[in-house]
Write a protein of this length. Sequence first.
Length: 420
Amino acid sequence: MKKIAVIGLGYVGLPLAVAFGEKRPVVGFDISTKRITELRKSEDYTREVSTEELAAASQLSFTDSLGDIAGCTIFIVTVPTPIDDYKTPDLTPLVKASESLGEVLKSGDIVIYESTVYPGATEEVCMPVLERVSGLKFNEDFFVGYSPERINPGDKEHRVTTIAKVTSGSTPAIAEEVDSLYADIITAGTHKASSIKVAEAAKVIENTQRDLNIALMNELAMIFAKLGIDTHEVLAAAGTKWNFLPFKPGLVGGHCIGVDPYYLTHKAQAIGYHPEVILAGRRTNDGMGPYVASELVKAMIKTGHTIANARVLVMGFTFKENCPDLRNTRVIDVVKELEEFGCQVDVTDCWADNAEAEHEYGISLTDKPAQGSYSGVIMAVPHREYAEMSASDIRGYLTAEGVLYDLKGILPLGEADCRL
């Protein structure tokens, strides 16, 4: 049985390594010594894998030393693929991972990429790096596969093994081997694509489709606000039709939905096509943070508050509920816009790590917000701890005539002063 190395032990890599580690020898590799130390103590800061699940993966070991994966013959790359400040794909982590693998790559080895990329990136960017560093020949000495990740952080129902997996390989024989490899752990089944490019394209449009649907809901929310209609009431009514898609308005962040469309549009523009619809959806969703902040400020002005130096509490900072993931959180856009208005903003989050928030965003999280101190409160991320609070509980943080903004529409109709 071939030994596997999983490169990158974040939200994607660790659950995958654990699933394989229950059945075969696996080495989990990460460049973070701190991460490896924690995992060796069965501690997972992402909360994606429990201590019991780590213990069940009896054939899984962890290392930050490249030499420890030299004996593996299958390498699965699960490093992040972010965008830079100019909304351009940043393939640096992917290139560096490929360079590292090139140092240990041997004849007959297979490198499988799971990181989200634009169609063609695996063969146009990663493969040449592997060839250059290893001195080996692609599809003669070593082979490549692509099987896009479908991890949904914080979701305890849809796990790595219960989500259907798209697979592909650089030759028909390798495609079959990659598919069989994943089929051994994926109970939901696999789908073998005809080429690596098809698998790459399938992944990037999954989240582009969701992004566009949410953008439509966000635009509708802005229209309905001007008409004095509650968006969530409208969606509940429209949802009685059997084929109405249940999307809701909100902030669009995270490592996938708010990022992946830019990988597709980047490639489209590189081949001379300007994507109108996709970029329009991105502009809408990227503008929702400032919109939410301005709506709160308008409501505060109407109730007699002075905006300069007004204290505002933002509840929730992660990109989605019930997970500690701060990657590409768009709550920061709300915070920055409120600060531009002159507000003093406190941010609290019962799931997020304060050190990470400070490092990534310069935000120092407030552990215990003071009661009766805020002119406005935004319920930004409905972690279960916040969703279980009543409107009166949340209003306890407000001063007299303070404004409660329910961004995700969690509270019953009429209990918040405004909502998206």
